[in-house]
Ligand binder design. Sequence first.
Ligand code: SAM
Ligand code: SF4
Length: 265
Amino acid sequence: MYDKFKRRIHYLRISVTDRCNMRCTYCMPAEGVKLISHEDILSFEEIHEIVSVAAVMSVDKVRLTGGEPLVRRNITTLVKMLSGIQGIKDLAMTTNGSLLKNLALPLRQAGLHRINISLDTLNKEKFRRISRGSEVDDVLEGIKAAQSAGFPIIKLNCVIHEDIDENDINDVKEFALREGLQARFIRKMDLENGEFSIVEGGSGGNCDICNRLRVSSDGKIYPCLFNDRYFHIRDLGIKEALEKAVICKPESGTVSKNKLYNLGG
Ligand code: SAM
Ligand code: SF4
């Protein structure tokens, strides 16, 4: 699929849940957020159908995100369902890593190709503060499990914000180097105020080469993270929602009320 600005749109980022077991300060308020009701959350069958239709329309890359994708029950079943879809060459996930210890191998065996793990700092105290109570050691064990499970590419996502200093950045860089991982750095974004960031070491945040659509956990297709417009698959059907989202993809992002915990960053 090509949009009006001749960009090839072939990447779908799917939020499989708006729930999360962390409360990162730059992502969510401490008290959590108003959750989408369970009956409105896309079923695995619906997600499978969306990806199947998108694959016919030449989407070849899918990323599962959230919320935290690993809190979605039986997530490995979904991965298995999606990995069997013809045309999907790249099936990836972005996770906070805290539940990966027990899930890395099943996910790999289910057909997940690549994994990005969020890690802002190796400092235990700081990690607890930023995540409002989670343990960096759980994430480190998750990373180890992903390495043992044989993921060929493991990327670390590090958000640079007011609590992160040069030491944290260097620690993550050195850790990545030592462990053979790739580190990507992104500045904290504020969608409502139009502050967005190019991903250092990645392709996100650059409107000229944007190749993606986003699917919220309740089935809305968003052409752009920095724009409020969406097309609901339950109103329009999958094909029409995808087509409309491509046609209406803006040349560049502006501002939006979207939240990263809802659309997966
Ligand atoms: N829970 C998973 C995780 O943390 O990796 C997936 C969803 S999370 C919203 C996806 C990515 O967005 C994470 O790497 C997270 O650090 C990043 N993120 C969250 N809020 C952000 C913000 N305000 N600015 C930049 N990145 C943000
Ligand atoms: Fe949860 Fe990821 Fe947001 Fe942190 S960044 S609160 S782990 S969704």
